[in-house]
Design a protein around this ligand. Structure first.
Ligand code: AMP
Ligand code: ZN
Length: 272
């Protein structure tokens, strides 16, 4: 199938995974991460699933049950990291506190917390690679969002593989769907009759990402590919200019690039 071929090509071209790797797939329960787990398993990679239970009411419950069943069906191990156990609260409470105290909104808070938890748990699981389901549309949105924020340096880390080689305590994050349009993944998941939900995160409304998604709705997949491929040509230069040295966070010991020595996640946790 076309999408499976594209994933394989991306893995080979960017040396994303080896058959010896212990590969942990970050599962949200949506079509992207479900599809990539399925494809990597089919291609013979040694995969396990890892989901963060965000405690988003029934939405989280259904996604968790779906993924548990899906992994069981494939004979793949399924792990859950519980946000309440980690931070004492569900994601809605955390977001409302941050909005009140720091006027921080949007998917960025969630993204920072998810990255922190996923990295910590992937290390615990002794993962060589952490796979996410980010797709071509996500990446095209990132390029535009960073540009419109007037901060293209934020894209220095963009690419099918980021972090890594456990440099500074980061398990290498890889995105085998980097060049696959969201439309193709949706078609694939439906064709394969995956027993999953297709609705969007109930937390993601009135965010910059949602707005950006609206703006590029009319942009064709071919044009999105061009945006992403052209931007990738700029990344080596941006990396040279903007890559910051990693140190250990003074609070949690996880990797951190902030000059103050406290990682983005701990800066959020300090507000709770
Ligand atoms: P999103 O930020 O929701 O678009 O998700 C992007 C990717 O992050 C997904 O494809 C998953 O690989 C990962 N991800 C998102 N939410 C979760 C979650 N609750 N647990 C584990 N991984 C997640
Ligand atoms: Zn920290």
């Amino acid at each position: 199938m076309e999408i499976e071929k594209k994933v394989n090509e991306t893995i080979v071209k960017y040396k994303l995974l080896s058959k010896k790797d212990r590969v942990v797939v970050a599962l949200s329960g949506g079509k992207d991460s479900t599809s990539i787990l399925f494809i990597l398993h089919k291609l013979g990679y040694n995969v396990e699933g890892l989901m963060i239970d965000l405690h988003l009411g029934n939405w989280s419950q259904v996604h968790k049950k779906n993924m548990e069943k899906f992994c069981l069906g494939l004979g793949v191990k399924f792990h859950v990291a519980d946000l309440k156990q980690e931070l004492g609260q569900g994601i809605c409470f955390i977001k409302s506190v941050l909005k009140k105290k720091k006027n921080l909104t949007g998917c960025a808070v969630c993204g920072t917390i998810k990255r922190w938890i996923l990295n910590k748990h992937a290390k615990k699981l002794r993962a060589d690679k952490l796979v996410t389901g980010h797709n071509l549309d996500d990446e095209a949105q990132n390029v535009l969002m960073n540009f419109l924020k007037g901060n293209i340096s934020l894209g220095a880390n963009s690419g099918p593989a980021t972090g890594g080689g456990s440099v500074g305590g980061f398990v290498q994050r890889v995105k085998p769907l980097f060049f696959v349009p969201e439309n193709n993944i949706r078609e694939y998941a439906k064709k394969m009759k995956f027993d999953i939900l297709y609705d969007r995160c109930p937390c993601a409304f009135e965010t910059y990402r949602v707005e950006t998604r609206g703006w590029i709705k009319g942009v064709s997949d071919k044009e999105k590919m061009k945006i992403v491929i052209e931007f990738q040509k700029l990344v080596p230069g941006l990396r040279k200019e903007y890559t910051r040295e990693l140190r250990k966070c003074k609070v949690c010991g996880e990797p951190c690039s902030s000059v103050a020595g406290v990682c983005n996640a701990c800066q959020i946790f300090q507000e709770l």
